[in-house]
Design a binder for this molecule. Structure first.
Ligand SMILES: Cc1cc2nc3c(=O)[nH]c(=O)nc-3n(C[C@H](O)[C@H](O)[C@H](O)COP(=O)(O)OP(=O)(O)OC[C@H]3O[C@@H](n4cnc5c(N)ncnc54)[C@H](O)[C@@H]3O)c2cc1C
Length: 702
């Protein structure tokens, strides 16, 4: 038996905060690579979380749920219906645990939201379906009531967030329209005689669909429908609170046709549903009327009383869910790389004179995995910092405090979120696949958990805004800033993410001058290369777009024809730059002992990402000849080699507890084959004869 060890190399630092609530890891085969780390993994864990209390909260939740049989892992995937049942029961139980304490509930907006995001992430790591159910059914709905509704909707708010009597859903997507929300066809027509809205679905193509929680469970939905006045005037999409089911019987109300979407390729614990409304009546008061209202007599009145508050509300609605998705992606990415790295450090294959070496020793394996480890750390720090900035702005606007250039900040944050959600969700998707392959055949076992991580993560690239469509929105904003910079006008960038565009002509003239890899492995090289790249891609995209307009194409056509290789690459480069910029600012404030490893990870992520932009770096003349590409790739490989001694402890900092990680290949004790044997032998039915053997043996008597 291996004794428990307490990160012996760095005990001197423990006086800072008591991190004993983080379970120690057992000594074992992974020690070989743990003992070479330059830092204490628990301190890195705290640093990546960014807040001691939130880290404690996460461990508290994991600790409680690990002891609750309802949250026990299934060795065999339950039926779709059973997954829905378990998920709903788990949500009920989470409500009963009251992780959102009175103290959290009464704290400031930003503190409360960060705590809720942490709870969501802790739950997501155990069952992503529960966290989505909770995020849509409780938090998205109650936030929308606060930001889009008024006092008269407070009863719904209390019933949702405090009493948990309402479980809501969010109904926007229709069968024939998803990304193009403006053309949704569900209507809510005001009937002044009865002071009600009549909600109607004209045909199947206008049925709301994919609505999470709608298929089996929700009591209410937050419906987006075209608001039509008695005279036929259409005021566009508005939000309405619409009762769906009797909370005591879960029977849907007359006038509704509600169905479940059936089996999906992941997150089957969520009951996604479709709905058709047949002249279904709801009270006038159910219109979320902060921005606009309909009087009893049937007059449409816009109520923009406090523009800053409305803008803050809009910001919150647009971005909060996507920031939550990014945070959850960070967790999935961290879990995937933790599994693959621990496996790589314990699995040996090939060697000289029959001395097999661990996979982690192979350059190829390091190159395949370490860029994603670096991404996991960079994204974690980025989102932690970005969420703080975002929540502070929303909080100030909620409180009616003056926020400088609020409307510009709202647009900038929307652009940032619109390109960062694609970056984080797509990188996680790629990483999950690479990590699965890096674990070979054993990675294909359900008990490796890489399959579930991958398929449950996958829809995040589509929901809350399809990634390709979102990127176009970020590009719109970037091009506006570029146009302003070209014309010498002020940039609308209060968060300073594109402040460098003021110098775009000077930046365009810089080129690759490094003569050795050390010059590349600097924050200065990475950030200045990214600035050049963004300026170059902006120029390319802008010129193409303008040329198409000059040829007589409409704006719509010109924009569509500038996406491939331009708009899209531009927003990708900008999102990577954002992640690097925020991470760099944060790293500089981290404790000294962590800085060397964090800087290496930062540098690897930066160079590894730039490697994927080499075509543009050459195309635009930043790089000339063979040397730049050779040096860049050599620097990536050197960093991979350097990180070999750190990476196992880095994933110790990234990984959740063994129970939560739930991978037979990656328990922190590193006893790969003992754990695998236990799992294979313990699997139900491993040794049984097939119950259907008689049906396939010709001589057997049926
Ligand atoms: C698991 C899951 C849960 C969901 N939960 C909800 C929910 O609770 N409530 C809800 O209302 N909706 C929900 N959705 C729906 C989701 O929000 C939509 O699927 C999403 O907005 C994309 O819309 P769409 O499916 O109509 O795709 P489309 O808009 O038809 O897009 C299809 C493809 O075409 C591309 N495309 C579209 N427009 C352009 C363009 N201009 N240029 C280039 N390419 C383009 C897109 O990139 C995409 O790849 C959920 C979806 C899933 C998968």
């Amino acid at each position: 038996k291996f004794p428990a060890i307490r990160s012996p190399r760095h005990d001197c630092q423990r006086k800072m905060e008591d991190l004993s609530f983080i379970p120690d890891i057992l000594s074992g085969p992974l020690d070989v690579y743990r003992n070479t780390a330059s830092f204490n993994w628990k301190r890195l864990k705290l640093s990546l979380e960014g807040d001691l209390e939130l880290l404690k909260l996460k461990y508290k939740i994991w600790h409680i749920l690990e002891r609750d049989p309802l949250f026990a892992h299934n060795q065999v995937t339950p039926s779709v219906e059973e997954q829905k049942r378990i998920t709903q029961l788990q949500l009920k139980k989470i409500n009963e645990y009251k992780f959102v304490t009175k103290e959290i509930f009464n704290s400031s907006y930003s503190k409360r939201t960060r705590a809720i995001m942490t709870i969501n992430e802790a739950v997501q790591s155990l069952n992503p379906s529960v966290s989505v159910k909770m995020a849509i059914g409780i938090y998205l709905f109650s936030n929308a009531l606060l930001s889009l509704g008024t006092e008269r909707h407070h009863k719904f708010y209390e019933a949702t967030i405090l009493n948990r009597e309402i479980l809501a859903s969010f109904a926007l997507t229709e069968i024939a329209h998803g990304s193009d929300a403006r053309l949704m066809r569900t209507t809510a027509t005001y009937d002044a005689t009865r002071r009600e809205f009549v909600v109607h679905t004209p045909d199947f193509e206008a049925a709301k669909c994919w609505v999470g929680n709608l298929g089996r469970t929700c009591t209410h939905t937050l419906l987006f429908a075209q608001l039509i006045m008695p005279d036929g005037t259409n005021h566009g999409l508005h939000g309405f609170v619409v009762p769906i089911r009797d909370p005591d019987t879960l029977e849907t109300y007359p006038g509704l046709v509600v169905g479940d979407m059936g089996e999906k390729i992941g997150v089957n614990g969520i009951d996604n549903g479709f709905i058709m409304f047949n002249q279904y009546r709801i009270p006038r008061e159910n219109l979320l009327n902060r921005a606009a209202d309909v009087t009893e007599e049937g007059q449409y009145v816009s109520s923009f009383s406090d523009p800053s508050k409305i803008l803050g509300a809009a910001l919150e609605n647009l971005s909060a869910g996507r920031i939550g998705i990014m945070q959850e992606s960070c967790h999935s990415l961290a879990s995937a790389v933790s599994i693959a790295v621990r496996y790589a450090a314990t699995r040996t294959q090939f060697g000289e004179q029959d001395n097999e070496i661990p996979l982690i020793e192979y350059d190829l394996h390091q190159w395949r995995l370490f860029g994603y480890v670096a991404a996991a750390v960079v994204f974690r720090i980025y989102i932690e910092r970005f969420a703080q900035v975002y929540l502070n702005i929303v909080e100030k606007s909620h409180m009616g405090e003056n926020v400088d250039n609020l409307s510009e900040a709202v647009s900038e944050i929307h652009a940032m979120v619109s390109c960062s959600k694609p970056l984080l969700t797509w990188t996680t998707m790629e990483a999950a696949q690479q990590c699965r392959e890096a674990c070979g055949g054993h990675g294909y076992l359900k008990s490796a958990n890489l399959g579930d991580i991958r398929s449950n993560h996958e829809p995040t690239v589509t929901y809350e805004g399809d990634n390709n469509v979102l990127q176009q929105q970020a590009g719109n904003w970037l091009l506006r800033q570029y146009e302003a910079a070209r014309g010498g006008a002020n940039l609308d960038s209060p968060l300073n993410t594109v402040a460098f565009l003021r110098n775009h002509t000077t930046i365009a003239k810089i080129s690759f001058t490094a003569t050795n890899t050390a010059q590349l492995k600097t924050t200065q090289f990475i950030m200045s290369t990214y600035k050049w790249l963004i300026c170059y891609l902006l120029k390319q995209t802008y010129e193409k777009y303008e040329a198409l307009l000059a040829k007589g194409l409409t704006k719509f056509q010109a924009k569509n024809k500038s996406q491939v290789y331009r708009w899209r690459n531009l927003t990708k480069a900008y999102s990577e730059y954002l992640a690097l910029m925020f991470t760099l600012e944060s790293i500089e404030k981290k404790e000294e002992t962590l800085q060397p490893v964090l800087k290496k990870l930062f540098t690897l992520y930066g160079l590894w990402s730039l490697d994927r932009h080499l075509v543009e770096l050459y195309q635009g003349g930043y790089c000339v000849g063979e040397e730049p590409a050779r040096l860049l790739r050599e620097a990536v490989m050197e960093l991979c080699g350097d990180l070999k001694s750190e990476v196992v402890s880095v994933v110790d900092a990234l990984a959740p507890t063994d129970f939560v990680l739930n991978s037979v290949l990656a328990k922190s004790d590193g006893r790969l084959y003992q754990n695998l044997q236990k799992a294979l032998v313990g699997h139900p039915g491993t040794f049984s004869r097939a119950s259907w053997w008689r049906q396939v043996v010709p001589s057997a008597k049926l």
